[in-house]
Design a protein around this ligand. Structure first.
Ligand SMILES: [Zn+2]
Length: 104
């Protein structure tokens, strides 16, 4: 890879000196923007369902504890039956708070 950079850098210097540095800097800037855009789009394709599959898939919660998620904004409570991922669900535009009760 480093051996490929030496002739590319020489070619960039020749093009930059003879034709102007905009012909060297503009493709570099274009490549940087394109690489950033593709990385951002790739991150969007991995959603929480894929993360749960990587972590081992959904697993039912154990019977000796009860996990509730409650919304601070409106007071809605959700009982957790099967845990798909470690992230708390959202309600009213924000993350719900987790409360685990140990049953006897
Ligand atoms: Zn809410």
């Amino acid at each position: 890879m480093i051996l490929l950079l030496i002739p590319v850098a020489l070619l960039a210097v020749i093009v930059g000196v003879n034709f102007g540095w905009q012909w060297v800097l503009a493709p570099l800037l274009g490549y940087a923007v394109f690489a950033w855009l593709m990385g951002s789009l790739r991150a969007l394709t991995v959603d929480s369902r894929d993360k749960a599959a990587i972590e081992g898939g959904p697993e039912p919660v154990s019977g000796d504890e009860r996990t509730l998620f409650w919304c601070e904004e409106c007071g809605t409570e959700v009982l957790l039956l099967v845990r798909g991922s470690a992230r708390a669900p959202s309600h009213c535009g924000q993350r719900m708070h987790e409360r685990t009760e140990i049953l006897n």
